[in-house]
Design a protein around this ligand. Structure first.
Ligand SMILES: Cc1cc2nc3c(=O)[nH]c(=O)nc-3n(C[C@H](O)[C@H](O)[C@H](O)COP(=O)(O)O)c2cc1C
Length: 168
């Protein structure tokens, strides 16, 4: 897909079909996750591909925004691996760039998704038995939008360039 078309068509999908994503496409999305820039190239991203019925049930218990997707990518950061000083850690920024790469690659492959932050990271970590150094940052349900999904009305509600940019 043309890059501009990827940018134009990416949108939050909140109702999915049960159809699974092919393993080939999952690998492409994970490859995009490896290619994202990270602070000092320390690559603290850790991606959990939530695809078994058991794992999906656990995630659905702590997050109301999986929307019936057949797979969800839990994007985490290893707190120890992330570049940090006593005052700052790049873990959220790194993981957010990684998640953006994954979402845009998914869009490129015709796969729908939604960026989801509405969960308690501690509850998520506990439910999935993640180790203490792993910080869940966001989860991305992925799949194919349901035929009756009307789209996200907020998608077209955009501020004009003049309101969000400043020439100095
Ligand atoms: C940091 C962040 C957190 C978000 N959290 C959620 C969420 O928890 N649940 C949800 O349904 N959508 C969530 N969204 C999706 C936004 O609501 C959506 O991107 C926004 O309405 C713009 O619409 P669009 O993505 O269709 O362009 C989140 C998006 C971002 C960037």
């Amino acid at each position: 897909m043309e890059f501009e078309r990827v940018i134009e068509t990416r949108t939050a999908t909140r109702k999915f079909k049960a159809d699974r994503i092919s393993e080939e496409n999952i690998q492409k999305i994970l490859r995009a996750a490896t290619l994202a820039p990270t602070a000092k190239n320390q690559q603290p991203q850790r991606i959990y591909v939530i695809e078994s019925d058991e794992a999906l049930a656990k995630v659905n218990q702590v997050c109301p925004c999986i929307y019936g997707a057949p797979v969800a990518m839990l994007v985490c950061a290893d707190k120890d691996a992330a570049w940090h000083t006593p005052e700052y850690s790049s873990k959220e920024m790194d993981a957010s760039i990684v998640a953006t790469h994954m979402i845009l690659e998914a869009t490129n492959l015709g796969i729908d998704s939604c960026w989801v932050k509405y969960f308690d990271p501690r509850a998520m970590a506990k439910e999935l038995d993640l180790s203490e150094n792993i910080a869940p940052i966001c989860i991305i349900p992925m799949g194919y939008k349901a035929d009756d999904y009307a789209g996200n009305p907020a998608h077209t509600d955009r501020k004009p360039i003049a309101e969000i940019s400043f020439r100095l």
